[in-house]
Each structure stands twice: as structure tokens, then as C-alpha cells.
Design a protein around this ligand. Structure first.
Ligand SMILES: *Cc1c(COP(=O)(O)O)cnc(C)c1O
Length: 393
């Protein structure tokens, strides 16, 4: 066994350790005792430090305590039910089911309804949790289409339509895509995908992790952004990004959601979100229902930042969302850039291979509604200084 542990040690000895954060995660955070601008988190709306949300979580603890349990066996807390009802309404869907994470929601979404002989057609840049979900479902007929390429998608659909199951029946065909692609901030061509799905009788699924609280009216997500309510069969969301808590959910038509609640292993064999998590999430949905101000602020900040970065001469890619890649290309320069940023008081990590292709290394910047204009100016000044220092602008 000594060899086994030795091998594990060897394989991880050069691994980069995550930065340890010693404070809450608002516009600023504390690293190694020093205050830094928080410039790469997915807490888009500043909800991780929102006073109303914090109070809701504390009040709920006083009333209901902390823990819940297996909902199907030990009973389901009224707050867990309320969260699902509110999420369904917020997303203008017939029903919602909440599980412990977005990763698990993707597992549940695919594994519960597709069998080995069914077909999945997936964008090549889809999130790891979608890839794992397809593997877990043991689906043999997997097609990967070129990123956002609907011509290639149609080719795959044509091929998929010829597949027949052993018993002679037609398999289900599921097209699955991220809504917002997390490394580049580009959007799935959802209207075209839905047209193709209708033409070929396929189901559609979108993982809206980075669209929730960001895109659409009041942060209702990518389906709302494109005005496609009721047309995407399976919408997956996460509650850990803009909602700043944890958990994942699926929205869709009532028969589908009821089916998941009866059959999804990720729901049946994993406990519900805790009381403070759930209460915080309910309050977050309420805030977005009441006002689109946080979402508007996020987009104002995004626009300002992108204009400034472009003017300075940085390559900021083709993002259509607050995700702002500062593409530097070279792996070492990108790492150096990120280290220098931290020294200048800005926390924005370097994203390198294998997260992005070789030669496409970048600093991925994400502004939030918690940033003031002054905060953004501070960051822009640091980027300008270091950009010149390292001769990338
Ligand atoms: C973050 C993310 C997930 C995972 O969500 P968790 O709630 O953190 O498990 C799934 N899909 C996409 C596209 C994501 O960006």
C-alpha cells in the first residue's frame, strides 16, 4: 500500500493550492491578512453579504434549527417546499425540484430520464458535470457537436434519427448545452437549438448556472432572455453562483418534475438543503422578484468594465455576459499577471490549460453588483499598470 500513497503524493506535489479567504466574500475579501478586491467570484449580485439574506438565514435558524434530512423518508421541511414553489414561479415554469448542488442537478436531470439506448447530443464545451452525467447514465449513443455550431448539431441530429433501439422503438434524443459558457461568457444559440429540436423530435436541456440571476428580466435566466418560456424541456440551475448559497435545481413541466421527485436518485438518496441555506435562498428569490436593481447594477458595471478594458487594448474575447476573460495567451505571463494583481490588491485568478486550450490562458474577471465605480477604477488601474509592466498592452 505504501506505493499507492507514494503515487498519489507524486501526482499532486505540484498542484496549486486554492487561495484561502479569511473573510466574507463581498466587493472585497481578506487573503493572508490583507484586504483584496474580489474580482473573480461568481457571486454576481453581492448576495453572499446581503443584509436581508443574512437576517433571513439567522431568523430561520431561530425558528427551525439547522438540519433537515432525506425528504422522502424523514419528511420535508416547509421551507424546502416553499423554495421550490418560489423558484418555479420565478422561472415561470410549472414546477421545480431542488437538490444539493448544480452538479447533482445535472446528474438527476439526465440519469433519471435517459436509458443506455437513448441518445445525447452535447456541445463540446459543456460543463464537466454534464459530461459526468452522460457517463453516469451509461448512454452509448453520445454525439458531441462543435461549440455553438448549429450546422454541426443538425448533422448529429440527422445521424441520431436513424438510430433504433433493440426492441425496434425510437430512442429519446436529448440536446444538452450550457446556457452561458463559463470560460468565455458566450451564449448558447438557444432559439436555433429549439427549432432543430422541434424538427427532429428531440428534447432540450440547458444548464443555466451562469445565467441565473444574470440574464433575462430580473435575472430569470437564458430562457427568459430569449423569450422561450415553456419551450426548453429541462432547465438546470445552480444556487451557488448568483444566489451565493448552495444547491441546484431543475425546472420544467409538472409531469417531468413530479417524475424526478419520485425517481431521481440524487433527490431520494441525498439530504435536503439545510435550514439557513434554504431560508437565504428564499430571500434571494424574493429580492429578485421585488426589484431588478441588483441585476441592472451588475450589467452597468459589466458595460463600464468592458469599455475600459477594450480601450486599454486588452483582448476580452467575445463574451456576452459579465464573465470577462482577459486573454493573455501565454501560461507563464498569465500566472505572473495574476500574482502581480494580488500584490496590487486585486484577487483575480489565472485560468490555464486544461481549463482553457493551450495558448488561450487568461485572467477571468467577473464584476458584481457589489462593486462601486471606485472599486472598478481601482481594478482597471491595476490592470493597466501590470499590463504595461509585462508588455501585454
Ligand atoms: C458551477 C456550475 C455547475 C455546478 O454547480 P454547483 O452548484 O457548484 O454544483 C454546473 N454547471 C455549470 C455550467 C456551472 O458553471
Amino acid at each position: 500500500m505504501a506505493d499507492f500513497y507514494k503515487k498519489l503524493k507524486q501526482e499532486t506535489q505540484n498542484a496549486k493550492q486554492p487561495v484561502v479567504i479569511e473573510s466574507s466574500e463581498g466587493a472585497y475579501l481578506v487573503v493572508a491578512g490583507q484586504k483584496k478586491l474580489n474580482f473573480c467570484s461568481s457571486h454576481y449580485l453581492g448576495f453572499a453579504v446581503d443584509a436581508r439574506i443574512k437576517k433571513a438565514a439567522k431568523d430561520a435558524i431561530d425558528e427551525y434549527g439547522i438540519g433537515t434530512g432525506y425528504r422522502t423518508i424523514a419528511g420535508t421541511n416547509v421551507l424546502n417546499v416553499e423554495l421550490e414553489d418560489r423558484l418555479a414561479k420565478f422561472k415561470k415554469a410549472e414546477g421545480a425540484i431542488v437538490v444539493a448542488g448544480g452538479y447533482l442537478a445535472n446528474m438527476a436531470a439526465i440519469q433519471t430520464i435517459l436509458g443506455k439506448e437513448d441518445v445525447v447530443i452535447s456541445d463540446e464545451l459543456n460543463h464537466a458535470s454534464i459530461i459526468d452525467a452522460i457517463r453516469l447514465a451509461q448512454i452509448k449513443n453520445r454525439f458531441i457537436y462543435k461549440h455553438r455550431d448549429t450546422v454541426d448539431l443538425e448533422e448529429k441530429l440527422k445521424e441520431a434519427s436513424t438510430i433504433v433501439k433493440e426492441d425496434g422503438s425510437k430512442p429519446l434524443i436529448l440536446i444538452v448545452t450550457d446556457g452561458v459558457f463559463s470560460m468565455d461568457g458566450d451564449l448558447a444559440p438557444l432559439p436555433e437549438i429549439i427549432k432543430l429540436a422541434k424538427k427532429y423530435g428531440a428534447l432540450t436541456m440547458v444548464d443555466d448556472a451562469h445565467g441565473e440571476g444574470v440574464l433575462g428580466n430580473g435575472g430569470r435566466g437564458i430562457v427568459d432572455h430569449f423569450g422561450l418560456h415553456g419551450q426548453v424541456d429541462i432547465e438546470v440551475g445552480t444556487l451557488s453562483k448568483a444566489f451565493s448559497v448552495m444547491g441546484g435545481f431543475i425546472t420544467g413541466k409538472k409531469p417531468l418534475i413530479d417524475f424526478y421527485k419520485q425517481k431521481a436518485r440524487q433527490f431520494m438518496f441525498s439530504s435536503a438543503l439545510s435550514i439557513p441555506d434554504t431560508a437565504a435562498l428564499i430571500e434571494g428569490v424574493k429580492i429578485l422578484e421585488e426589484s431588478d436593481a441588483p441585476v441592472k447594477k451588475l450589467w452597468e458595471n459589466t458595460k463600464y468594465l468592458k469599455e475600459k478594458f477594450s480601450k486599454l487594448g486588452f483582448d476580452i474575447g467575445n463574451s456576452e455576459t459579465p464573465i470577462t476573460p482577459i486573454i493573455l495567451g501565454d501560461e507563464d505571463i498569465t500566472l505572473k499577471f495574476s500574482q502581480r494583481l494580488l500584490e496590487e490588491g486585486v484577487f483575480a485568478s489565472a485560468i490555464r490549460f486544461p481549463l482553457v486550450p493551450k495558448g488561450k490562458a487568461r485572467i477571468r474577471v467577473i464584476p458584481s453588483a457589489a462593486h462601486s465605480r471606485g472599486d472598478l477604477d481601482l481594478a482597471i488601474a491595476a490592470f493597466e499598470k501590470i499590463g504595461k509592466e509585462l508588455s501585454v498592452i
